[in-house]
Write a protein that binds this ligand. Structure first.
Ligand SMILES: [Zn+2]
Length: 115
């Protein structure tokens, strides 16, 4: 399936944002897990941990939406894809982009910053 072509997120130097978002979502998952265990031991942490997890997941998503942009026109590409593509495939379409859906410029051959 993958031909080894560099992903635009990697090519434009924005892959770290995905890692940070991954950490954020992992953190929210940890919160949900603790919440689930809290149910089991009857602690009062369930609501707090659930709220924490939801907040963390939302904050991470909003942040990713705000920072993952087209290097040319600074369009918020996550938001563009979420709002224009089917619910089931926006993430795949986002990862597979080779040009910006807003300004139609190539996303792969950018970010070669020569000092
Ligand atoms: Zn653009």
């Amino acid at each position: 399936m993958s031909t080894g072509t560099t992903n635009w997120i990697v090519a434009s130097g924005q892959i770290w944002k995905l890692y940070v978002a991954g950490a954020g979502f992992a953190g929210s998952l940890v919160c949900f897990t603790i919440a689930l265990f809290a149910l089991g031991w009857g602690g009062g942490e369930f609501m707090g941990m659930t709220a924490c997890g939801i907040f963390l997941a939302c904050a991470t998503f909003v942040w990713l939406t705000a920072v993952l942009r087209c290097p040319h026109c600074l369009a918020k590409l996550v938001w563009t894809m979420v709002s224009t593509r089917p619910h089931s495939s926006w993430l795949i379409d986002l990862a597979a982009l080779d040009r910006c859906p807003v300004c139609n410029r190539g996303l792969i051959r950018v970010g070669r910053s020569h000092p």
